[in-house]
Write a protein that binds this ligand. Structure first.
Ligand code: FMN
Length: 206
């Protein structure tokens, strides 16, 4: 697949076919992740590829949100954009099912140098920024294989649970879950906002 086609094909999908991803494809996708730019040249990233048998245990604390709770949250955040609200309505009730039913659940980890929640300057966040470059490479490589997915940001209690479940070292942190899979036919996609480059570019001055 041509690069820009993969960019267009990559969409966040939360409904998957009941079909695992072939191990060699997972290796290729993670290989693409490991080619992403990195702050310190070392790419200190690790991946726990979750076994389907272990999935319930790992996802124990992931919540499902009702329509009403979703409305309340969006109102609380003052969200008024219709497309944005539409996205949350599709996404929030699927937080558990999208991870549980994915063809491959990946838990990515990056090595932390300083406490992530107490950055002292912008470069304190370099490791966090770098792992997200890696995650985007993973999503784009997956799209080029006809595999789509979604990331979920874990709540603090989920992180504590993951630590106990997968037993990762203290100096590694998980920025998100990555669920990948073959998209279900008719999977519901939110409307993607059309954003024109011409409206975003400022030549010389804002
Ligand atoms: C940093 C980040 C955090 C995200 N967190 C979540 C999440 O917790 N749950 C979820 O369902 N989707 C999550 N997403 C997916 C976004 O909802 C999705 O990328 C966005 O709605 C745009 O849709 P698109 O990817 O199809 O263009 C996240 C994406 C990013 C980049």
């Amino acid at each position: 697949m041509e690069f820009y086609e993969a960019i267009e094909k990559r969409r966040t999908v939360r409904d998957f076919e009941d079909k695992p991803i072939e191990p060699e494809i997972i290796m290729r996708i993670l290989g693409a992740g490991l080619k992403a730019p990195t702050n310190n040249h070392l790419r200190e990233w690790e991946f726990v590829v979750n076994d389907k048998k272990e999935r319930l245990r790992v996802l124990n604390l992931v919540d499902m949100t009702s329509y009403e709770e979703c409305e309340k949250m969006m109102d609380g955040f003052g969200m008024t954009d219709t497309d944005q609200r539409g996205m949350y309505h599709i996404a929030m009730p699927k937080q558990f099912s999208m991870l549980y039913n994915s063809g491959c659940l990946i838990l990515p980890f990056f090595k932390i140098r300083e406490p992530l929640m107490h950055p002292t300057c912008l470069s304190s966040l370099n490791e966090f920024a770098s792992i997200w470059c890696c995650i985007e490479n993973i999503l784009l490589a997956a799209a080029s294989e006809g595999i789509l997915g979604v990331t979920r940001i874990p709540m603090t209690e989920e992180l504590e649970h993951i630590k106990k479940t997968v037993n990762h070292p203290d100096n590694y942190a998980m920025p998100c879950y990555i669920a990948l899979g073959y998209p279900q036919k008719g999977a519901k996609l939110p409307v993607q906002k059309v954003i024109k480059v011409e409206d975003k570019i400022h030549i010389g001055k804002w």
